[in-house]
Design a protein around this ligand. Structure first.
Ligand code: NDP
Ligand code: MG
Length: 384
C-alpha cells in the first residue's frame, strides 16, 4: 500500500523537495493534498504532475485562476485560510508534511493531529508557539510527530534503539549563518540580499533570515524541548560551520551519538516520509577521504542576541516563546521589505518580550491572543 501524503506548503523550499522525494519513489508514496498561499502557477503545475485529490490556494484572489487551469482534471480546488483546516481532516491521507512557514501552519497541523494523521514536521513555529498543547494532543491521539528539521531528525535518529536510556543532553549544531564572526559595526549595514545568502543551505526567505540572526537556532532549542521532552538545561548549541554533524545526543554514560551527512534537506524529508524504513537513494555522499577538518566554536550570543532571547523564552516558558516568535515574524517581514535594519530585528523581539504580559500556562486561545498582541506591538514599532 502506498502512503498517501498531504503537503501543506507544497510550493516552498521544503514542499518542493518533498515532492522530489515522492517523484523518485512512486511505488511508495502518492500525493493526496497540495496547498500554497499565492503561488498559483506552481501549485497548478504540481497538481497536473501529481494528480492529488485536492488543492488549496489560500489567497482567494487566485481561486479562479487555479480552478480554470485545473478544469480538465478531477482535482478539487479550495480557497481561503479556513480551507486548510477543512482539508486537514480529510480521511483520505495518512501523513501531513507540515511545511507552511510560520504561525500560519499551526491550526492545520493541529487539525491533522486531532484527526489522527502522522505528521512530518518542518514547521517548527508550531511547536515554538504551542508545543505543550500540540505534543499533548499528539500523545492523546497516538500520532507520531516525526521531525523534518535536520537537527531534530539527527536527534530522532540518534535515539533509535535508546528508548530505555535517559538523555543527558542534546547538542544542536548551528552553521553560524552567513555572518559568522561578524560584529555589530558590520551587521548594522547588512541588507536582505546578504542575509539570504546562506553558506550551506538553500531555504525559504524567512528561515534564511532566521539563520542569519541565529533566531533559527533559538526556535530549534524550543522545538527540541517539546519534541524530545527535555528540560531547557539539557539543550546546548554549538557552532559547526561545515554542517556535516547535524546534531548529537549525549547519554548518561557520557557516550555521544551524532548523525552526519552532507547538508541536504531531502535526506531528513525522505527519512520522515518513509520512517521507520530507510530508502536507498542517489543523493551525494559525504566523503571522508576528501574532507578537511570539522570545526566547533561557541555561538556569539552578545552579537546575535536572538539566541539569548530565545534561551530566555525557553527558560521562562508559558507564552514567552509564542511572543518571541510573533515579534520575530513581524521583524523578519519588516527586514525583508527594507523597513528596518538587521540589528533592529533583535531589538524588536526584546521589546515585545518585555511588553507583552506573561502567562504561565496559556490555553490555545491565549496563545492566539499573545501572538496577536505581540504582532500588533511589533508592527507598531515599524509602522506597518
Ligand atoms: P518557504 O517560504 O520556501 O515556503 C513556505 C510555504 O508555505 C509555501 O508553500 C507558501 O506558499 C506557504 N505559505 C506561506 N505563507 C502562508 C500562509 N500564511 N498560509 C498558508 N501557506 C503559506 O518556506 P520553507 O520551505 O523554507 O520553510 C517551511 C517551514 O519549514 C518553515 O517553518 C521552516 O522553518 C521549516 N524548515 C525549513 C527548512 C528549509 O531548508 N527550507 C529547514 C528546516 C525547517 P506560496 O509559495 O504560495 O507563498
Ligand atoms: Mg534546522
Amino acid at each position: 500500500m502506498k502512503k498517501r501524503i498531504a503537503i501543506f506548503g507544497s510550493t516552498g523550499s521544503i514542499g518542493t523537495q518533498a515532492l522530489d522525494v515522492i517523484a523518485s519513489n512512486p511505488d511508495k508514496f502518492e500525493v493526496e493534498i497540495l496547498t500554497a498561499h499565492s503561488n498559483d502557477k506552481l501549485l497548478v503545475q504540481q497538481a497536473k504532475k501529481f494528480n492529488p485529490n485536492a488543492v488549496v490556494i489560500v489567497n482567494e484572489s487566485k481561486y479562479a485562476a487555479v480552478k480554470e487551469a485545473l478544469a480538465s482534471t478531477d482535482v478539487k480546488v479550495f480557497a481561503g485560510e479556513n480551507a486548510l483546516e477543512e482539508v486537514a481532516v480529510f480521511d483520505t491521507y495518512d501523513m501531513m508534511v507540515a511545511a507552511i512557514v510560520g504561525f500560519a501552519g499551526l491550526k492545520s497541523t493541529l487539525k491533522a493531529i486531532e484527526s489522527g494523521k502522522a505528521i512530518a514536521l518542518a514547521n517548527k513555529e508550531t511547536l515554538v508557539v504551542a508545543g505543550d498543547i500540540v505534543m499533548q494532543r499528539a500523545v492523546e491521539k497516538r500520532v507520531p510527530v516525526i521531525p523534518v528539521d535536520s537537527e531534530h531528525s539527527a536527534i530522532f535518529q540518534c535515539l533509535i534503539g535508546e528508548t530505555r536510556n535517559k538523555i543527558e543532553k542534546v547538542v544542536l549544531t548551528a552553521s553560524g549563518g552567513p555572518f559568522l564572526g561578524k560584529k555589530p559595526n558590520f551587521l548594522v549595514n547588512v541588507k536582505k540580499e546578504h542575509a539570504l545568502q546562506h553558506p550551506n543551505w538553500n531555504m525559504g526567505a524567512k528561515i534564511s533570515v532566521d539563520s542569519a540572526t541565529l533566531m533559527n537556532k533559538g526556535l530549534e532549542m524550543i522545538e527540541a524541548r517539546w519534541l524530545f521532552n527535555l528540560h531547557p538545561e539539557q539543550i546546548q548549541v554549538i557552532v559547526h560551520p561545515q554542517s556535516i554533524i547535524h546534531s548529537m545526543v549525549q547519554f548518561e554514560d557520557g557516550s555521544i551519538k551524532a548523525q552526519m551527512g552532507l547538508p541536504d534537506m531531502k535526506l531528513p524529508i525522505q527519512y520522515a516520509l518513509a520512517f521507520p524504513v530507510r530508502i536507498p537513494n542517489a543523493f551525494p555522499r559525504y566523503d571522508f577521504s576528501r574532507s578537511s577538518s570539522l570545526h566547533f566554536e561557541q555561538p556569539d550570543i552578545k552579537t546575535f542576541r536572538n539566541l539569548a532571547l530565545a534561551g530566555e523564552a525557553l527558560h521562562k516558558g508559558g507564552n514567552m516563546p509564542c511572543v518571541l516568535n510573533a515579534a520575530n515574524e513581524i521583524a523578519v517581514y519588516g527586514f525583508l521589505r527594507n523597513r528596518i535594519g538587521f540589528l533592529d530585528m533583535m531589538e524588536m523581539v526584546e521589546r515585545a518580550m518585555e511588553k507583552i504580559p506573561y502567562i504561565e500556562k496559556p490555553s490555545l486561545e491565549e496563545y492566539f491572543e499573545s501572538d496577536a498582541e505581540a504582532r500588533n506591538f511589533a508592527a507598531s514599532l515599524i509602522h506597518i
